[in-house]
Design a protein around this ligand. Structure first.
Ligand code: PSU
Ligand code: MN
Length: 297
């Protein structure tokens, strides 16, 4: 039922470290044609850092772990590609649909394929106004139930970060800052919230992976929070957030459309500044995830 790319098949046979990559970023998070270029650059970064990339998506109802170049092209350019969270996987499979996978769906598929490391941009979480809308990403519950190490730049700054951190605590999902004791704010280096745990090296992460096993607390995800090096201008960020949220509300955007809508608004209204920061985030997370995967061998 699952289809592995030739490269991932070889990596499994040779026990080469593998890093899972999500595809929602490609189809719904970045504008064309930059999305395909970035997807290829990110895969190259994983290879250059000692691991093999496994970009995960659904094509014509099949789950793909690692995409051949024509498949990656399809995910990037076919406007009919849906957005699949975990609950959608079986439904899209039955309808033979093509879909990009979110953090939730990618983690689940990667774990069942025996992949332990995953790089993304920013996680989903509790949306602002969730008190009324109940909009909370399925990424949170998926991460609570999936043993995988996820490198991210925190959660998207369009969210209610404080509420998301509380939910992560409730769900028992551990977070370690990589060379920081502040929770990163996706486009911003610091979301304004502290982290209790931080590490300075990949080897410290490897030690934590070992103690997660020995203490039998490795049934959920381990989040490695890796802040972007050069952040977006804060004043511009805060201004776009305010206008973007107002626009989403005025246009009656809801459900799984909220995140793509706000990301696209940011990229357009910042004249590409948020886009280049977003790309840097994904690249830097891919590099760190590959280094962790390689060191864990
Ligand atoms: N971070 C990005 N770009 C994205 C996303 C995250 O930089 O496109 C995607 C991820 O796939 C994440 C999803 O899992 O948004 C969360 O969507 P929602 O809020 O609808 O659960
Ligand atoms: Mn949602």
């Amino acid at each position: 039922m699952n289809t592995f790319s030739n490269e991932v098949k070889r990596a499994i046979a040779n026990k080469t470290p593998i890093v899972a990559l999500e595809s929602t970023i490609i189809s719904h998070g970045l504008p064309r044609p930059r999305n395909l270029e970035v997807a290829l650059e990110v895969e190259a970064i994983v290879r250059a850092n000692g691991a093999i990339p496994a970009t995960i998506a659904m094509i014509d109802g099949e789950i793909h772990i690692g995409l051949e170049s024509n498949e990656l092209d399809r995910i990037a350019n076919d406007t009919n590609v849906a957005k699949a969270t975990t609950r959608d996987i079986a439904l899209f499979a039955a309808k033979r649909m093509s879909a990009a996978t979110t953090v939730a769906a990618t983690s689940q598929i990667a774990h069942t394929a025996g992949i332990s490391f995953f790089a993304t941009g920013g996680l989903g979480g509790v949306h602002r106004g969730a008190r009324d809308t109940w909009d909370e990403s399925a990424d949170l519950t998926a991460l609570a139930n999936t043993p995988i190490t996820v490198v991210c730049a925190g959660v998207k700054s369009i969210l209610d970060v404080a509420a998301t951190l509380e939910r992560l605590e409730t769900l028992n999902i551990p977070i370690i800052g990589f060379r920081t004791n502040r929770f990163p704010g996706f486009y911003l280096v610091d979301s304004g919230f502290p982290l209790e745990h931080s590490v300075d090296s990949v080897l410290e992460i490897i030690e934590i992976l070992r103690t997660r096993k020995s203490t039998q607390t490795d049934n959920c995800a381990l989040l490695v929070a890796n802040p972007v090096e050069i952040e977006m201008k804060r004043t511009l960020h805060d201004e776009l957030l305010e206008t973007g949220l107002a626009k989403a509300a005025a246009s009656n955007i809801s459900g799984k459309d909220v995140t793509p809508f706000l990301l696209e608004y940011f990229h357009g209204a910042s004249n590409g500044e948020s886009l280049s920061v977003n790309i840097e985030i994904i690249k830097s997370n891919a590099m760190l995830a590959a280094q962790i995967a390689a060191a864990a061998q």
